[in-house]
Design a protein around this ligand. Structure first.
Ligand SMILES: *Cc1c(COP(=O)(O)O)cnc(C)c1O
Length: 219
């Protein structure tokens, strides 16, 4: 089932798009099955669950942390995590930098934007992102690399609304890119699209989709 689902999805998305297989709540056996089918990038949203899975599973997996991350837990994942998707404060960036430095690593981060109409404590608006990126404190961080942006659309079956929200995020991506990362080729990721809306996200320019239930089944 998992291998078939992966093949179907890979046939639908271009080679240029990164597929993050969201394995949260799923057992290591399921991840191993996806791994055996060739998948190497997995997304988790709980620190304890991620560190447990990292310990047991093959070491060439690229682990993406996709959930809200508390500063005091960064230290547990900093030694191995490949990318942190939902960075929405300078405080968190500074802590990631500090812990990455201890492991002599550079950690790729995405800035999370709030694009949904739903109330959420998480995610930046454009002004907040610009304040962070233009601060001296940010410029001094040597062990993080901001490589793009991420966001989540409203959970609704109103396609027009979801599309509009993805367009907003795509616009933020270009604004941030042109103001702060114009000559930085690493800033290239637009992480948007989940199982319910990734087709729309791809039409609106997503370069990275995060798919859980469409690969592993309902949680
Ligand atoms: C759970 C989750 C996903 C995957 O959701 P599905 O609907 O199962 O594809 C993607 N992104 C984030 C941030 C998530 O928390």
């Amino acid at each position: 089932m998992i291998a078939e689902a992966l093949n179907t999805i890979k046939a639908e998305i271009s080679d240029q798009v990164t597929l993050v297989a969201v394995s949260k709540t799923k057992p290591v056996e399921d991840i191993q099955t996806a791994y055996n089918a060739g998948q190497r990038i997995f997304g988790e949203n709980k620190v304890q669950e991620l560190t447990d899975k990292f310990d047991t599973l093959p070491k060439d997996i690229e682990w993406h942390f996709i959930g809200h991350l508390q500063s005091n837990k960064v230290k547990y994942i900093a030694p191995f995590v490949s990318m942190i998707h939902a960075v929405d404060s300078l405080k968190l960036l500074k802590e990631i930098n500090k812990q990455a430095k201890k492991s002599d690593r550079t950690i790729s981060c995405l800035l999370q934007f709030h694009i949904a109409e739903e109330d959420s404590k998480f995610g930046l608006n454009l002004e907040e992102a610009q304040l962070i990126l233009s601060s001296n404190e940010f410029v001094e961080l040597q062990n993080i690399s901001v490589v793009g942006v991420m966001g989540m659309a409203t959970f609704t079956d109103k396609e027009d609304q979801v599309r509009e929200e993805f367009r907003t995020l795509e616009n933020y991506f270009h604004v941030v890119k042109s103001h702060f990362f114009k000559y930085n080729e690493e800033f290239e990721h637009l992480s948007m699209g989940m199982s319910g809306d990734y087709k729309i996200a791809l039409e609106e320019g997503s370069t990275m989709v995060r798919l859980g239930s469409s690969i592993f089944g309902v949680r």
